[in-house]
Design a protein. Structure first.
Ligand code: SF4
Ligand code: SF4
Ligand code: FES
Length: 356
């Protein structure tokens, strides 16, 4: 049985696994099809219509993100008809979207894919703007901000919350121009099943969902620094966004790249205030004979600790020592801790708090 499908995209032959979408096939040969509601971690919905392509033999344009590739299919992603559709669609989005002084979709400190599509593809005739009453409840949760005027109703946040987090805290509510993202009974997120993972923020293509603590920080000024989360031993990779020497936002590397597959929990994404907390210990402290702490260099602190541990070993034997590491350490750090215990001090008395 053949496991691949061969089709043609913009005149180029491409072979993809059976079941792949037209968008997968285009991506395979480096053809860029604009999307808004597409996300590899959730089932395709085909709601934004940004990825419509022309398929020979099909009367209507079809959503590339949802339409399954068929053998011999002939696809055009950049025909005049497709381009005309994109421009008109973008005009429709602009008629119902908060814009900045240049008439472009506003950025709100984070990237806005809709804005980029307008810049890349242009718009059709200007359409009258839609005045809809989408009053959003005041939500006192500390982390997730939602602005209905920037929402394109792609439903990605809802699908992520449902399909990836399995939490289903948010939903589409109302009909027509009043459609918006809401919670059951319009409760604040803290009164729902929401786990404050921030995944809805991460997948939102327009910045309608944003991190409250980062409002005001401009992503263009932010430098990304890759690190490993230190809240547990899973080893999730984080991108710290640093602006003017301060961590202002935490995101995950793209899905498919690291162990966390683009996901984070509340601690990894939001609990970074400690980094700059004024009470944070940044230098080792050694307790003197008077019982008071004094600041010391790392070298001196390690010497003092080593002398103390070796003293116990000499007086009482290696098994009088015990080494306990923390679940906040990485796997590599835990490995080093047991190596220190076994190889340097000669005892198997080592444990890790998450193993109890
Ligand atoms: S923060 Fe996470 S759990 Fe809460 S609504 Fe967003 S995706 Fe759902
Ligand atoms: S908040 Fe963002 S992800 Fe959710 S429907 Fe609106 S635009 Fe899409
Ligand atoms: S990306 Fe295909 S319809 Fe939205």
């Amino acid at each position: 049985m053949k496991h691949t499908t061969r089709l043609f995209v913009n005149g180029e032959a491409v072979e993809v696994p059976v079941g792949s979408t037209v968008l997968d096939a285009a991506t395979e040969i480096g053809v860029d099809v604009p999307t808004l509601c597409h996300e590899p971690r959730v089932d395709p919905m085909g709601s934004c219509r940004m990825c419509l392509v022309e398929i020979e033999g099909q009367r209507r344009l079809q959503p590339g993100c949802k339409f399954v590739a068929q053998p011999g299919m002939v696809v055009h992603t950049d025909s005049e008809r497709v381009k005309r559709h994109r421009r008109l669609l973008l005009s429709m989005y602009l008629a119902d979207h908060a814009v900045d002084a240049d008439g472009l979709p506003a950025e709100r400190g984070v990237g806005n894919q809709l804005r980029q599509h307008v810049l890349d593809h242009g718009t059709g005739p200007a359409l009258p703007s839609i005045e809809a009453d989408r009053t959003y409840r005041v939500d006192h949760n500390p982390y997730v901000h939602f602005d209905p005027e920037a929402c394109v109703l792609c439903n990605l946040c809802v699908r992520y919350c449902d399909e990836v987090e399995a939490v289903s805290a948010i939903t589409l509510a109302n009909r027509g121009s009043q459609t918006t993202i809401a919670t059951a009974d319009q409760r604040g997120l803290l009164d729902t099943t929401c786990e404050m993972c921030g995944g809805c923020i991460a997948v939102c293509p327009t910045g309608a969902m944003t991190e409250k603590p980062s409002i005001g920080s401009d992503w263009r000024q932010e430098e990304k620094v890759r690190t490993t989360c230190n809240f547990c031993g899973v080893g999730c990779q984080l991108d710290l966004h640093v602006n003017d020497g301060k961590v202002v936002r935490v995101t995950s590397p793209d899905p498919g790249q690291t162990v966390n597959d683009g996901n984070l929990c509340i601690k990894g994404r939001f609990a970074y205030e400690f980094v700059h907390h004024e009470e944070r210990l940044t230098t080792p402290l050694i307790r003197g004979d008077d019982g008071q702490f004094r600041q010391a260099s790392w070298e001196e602190a390690i010497q003092v600790a080593a002398r103390g541990l070796l003293g116990v070993k000499e007086r009482h034997g290696a098994d009088a020592l015990g080494f306990i590491s923390s679940s906040r350490c990485t796997g590599e750090e835990n490995y080093l801790m047991q190596k220190l215990s076994r190889a340097a001090f000669g005892t198997n008395n080592c444990h890790q708090c998450a193993a109890t």
